[in-house]
Each structure stands twice: as C-alpha cells, then as structure tokens.
Design a protein around this ligand. Structure first.
Ligand code: SF4
Length: 110
C-alpha cells in the first residue's frame, strides 16, 4: 500500500519537474516565433515614417540634406533584417522596413 503511494508520489514529482523544466524552453520558442513573425510593412505615410523622412527606396531621398551616397537600410547599423528584403529596424518596432529604404536616422553599419 505505502509502496503504491510512494510510486504515485514519485511519478507526480517527476511529471511536475518535467513541466517546470519545460517552461523556460516554451518561453524561448515563443520568442523565436515572435521574432520570425511577418510584421507589417511600414507605410511611408505612417507618422513615424514621416517624422524620420523614411522612404522605401533610398533613391527617393537623394535630394535630402542628410542623405549620404550609398546609404540604405541594409547597410544601417540599426537594421536587424539580415538578408531579407523587408526586415526590422531598432527604432521602428512593430514594422518592417525595406532594405533598400532610407531614413534620416541612418547610421553606417560598423
Ligand atoms: Fe532604415 Fe536605418 Fe532608418 Fe531604420 S534607422 S529606417 S534601418 S535607415
């Protein structure tokens, strides 16, 4: 009888320990899913885009006083999109920007 209770308790403790151990992994997997999620593309009409003079095509910024030849999101230090055409920007959370785009916060990647 007490052997049965011990076995049940051991099984309960094992199951609980596995469940607790799985929680941090579930959190990491959820973060990865969010990072991979396809965020909406930033519109040039969006308030933050307007405030930064963001354009999808850096060629459209050629006449901007802050524009430097060759500058675009893909070679900006704030770009987080890797090789993607549309990717993240550290100062524009919740949206993707175009790697060929530009804004007046451009900082050359190191
Ligand atoms: Fe593009 Fe850099 Fe401006 Fe972000 S800060 S929108 S990556 S130029």
């Amino acid at each position: 009888m007490s052997h049965d209770i011990d076995t049940k308790r051991r099984n309960f403790l094992k199951t609980t320990a596995l469940g607790v151990a799985a929680v941090p992994f579930a959190g990491v997997m959820l973060q990865q899913q969010v990072a991979k999620a396809d965020l909406p593309k930033l519109s040039e009409d969006d308030d933050i885009a307007q405030s930064l003079n963001y354009v999808h095509d850096a060629a459209d910024a050629a006449d901007h006083s802050a524009y430097q030849d060759g500058a675009h999101c893909g070679n900006c230090s704030l770009w987080t999109g890797g090789d993607a055409q549309w990717g993240g920007c550290q100062i524009i959370p919740g949206h993707h920007v175009n790697r060929d785009g530009w804004c007046n916060a451009w900082v050359p990647a190191a």
